[in-house]
Design a protein around this ligand. Structure first.
Ligand code: 5RP
Length: 223
């Protein structure tokens, strides 16, 4: 099976976790896109969705799925999203698609985080994937120095030769070379750097379930 077929398989499996008549939180990225396409097929069964990015909102709307502002929603049973890396304990690196802040916000309102990922994303130790950190633009240099002091190699993420700007008008610093033995501790440490909006570590509130696409089928990990 190709990586896309594995992503499609977990996206289909995630439909089981969508609660009828309720609002579902929806992540960002290629796996989340497959999920949105599946959600479109059952859109008459849900109240709508909260999107974690402008791109996700546009795709949801293209399927005719009502998109709610998070400020209109007090709770939702489930948030469904991909990950760049996930450990057997459910801690994740996210933000490869630069949507980490809105992803973390929407996830924080959901009762359950269902991670959908192809098998290549399962790792014992987080950090091979560069850790994304969303930063207020004027703080880029000072935050980069502090991330370097933590042992990482900070790189400003570029798009078309210019700093990539997130949906929130911020920049992303990707941190290479980290071996993250204690993700919850590092999440707190980086979040406490002045100028950081969000770090792409989802460990203090990680996944509750991971649907992992493998050649042998979709495996369900619960945490
Ligand atoms: C976007 C994310 C994505 O969930 C993560 O990058 C995985 O993406 P994909 O499903 O395309 O592999 O965190 O900010």
């Amino acid at each position: 099976m190709t990586q896309d077929e594995l992503k499609q398989a977990v996206a289909r499996a995630a439909i089981e976790y969508v609660v009828e008549g309720k609002i579902v939180g929806v992540g960002t990225g290629s796996t989340a896109n497959f999920f949105i396409d599946e959600l479109g097929k059952i859109k008459h069964k849900i109240a709508g969705a909260v999107a974690s990015s402008e791109a996700t909102a546009a795709r949801l709307k293209s399927h005719g799925i009502p998109v709610f502002d998070l400020n209109e929603v007090d709770s939702m049973p489930v948030y469904i999203d991909g990950a760049d890396e996930i450990t057997p304990a459910g801690a994740m690196i996210k933000g490869g698609g630069a949507a980490l802040t809105r992803e973390k916000i929407v996830a924080s309102v959901a009762e359950k985080f269902v991670c959908i990922a192809d098998g290549s994303k399962l790792v014992d130790l987080l950090g091979r994937f560069p850790l994304p950190v969303e930063v207020i633009p004027m703080a880029q240099a000072v935050v980069a120095r502090k991330l370097k002091a933590l042992g990482g190699e900070p790189r400003l993420r570029l798009k078309d030769g210019k700093p990539l700007l997130t949906d929130n008008g911020c920049v992303i610093i990707d941190v290479l070379g980290l071996q993250i033995a204690n993700p919850a501790e590092l999440e707190e440490k980086i979040n406490n750097i002045v100028g950081v909006v969000t770090v792409g570590l989802f460990a203090r509130q990680g996944a509750d379930v991971c649907l992992l696409g493998t050649a042998e089928g979709v495996k369900t990990l619960t945490f």
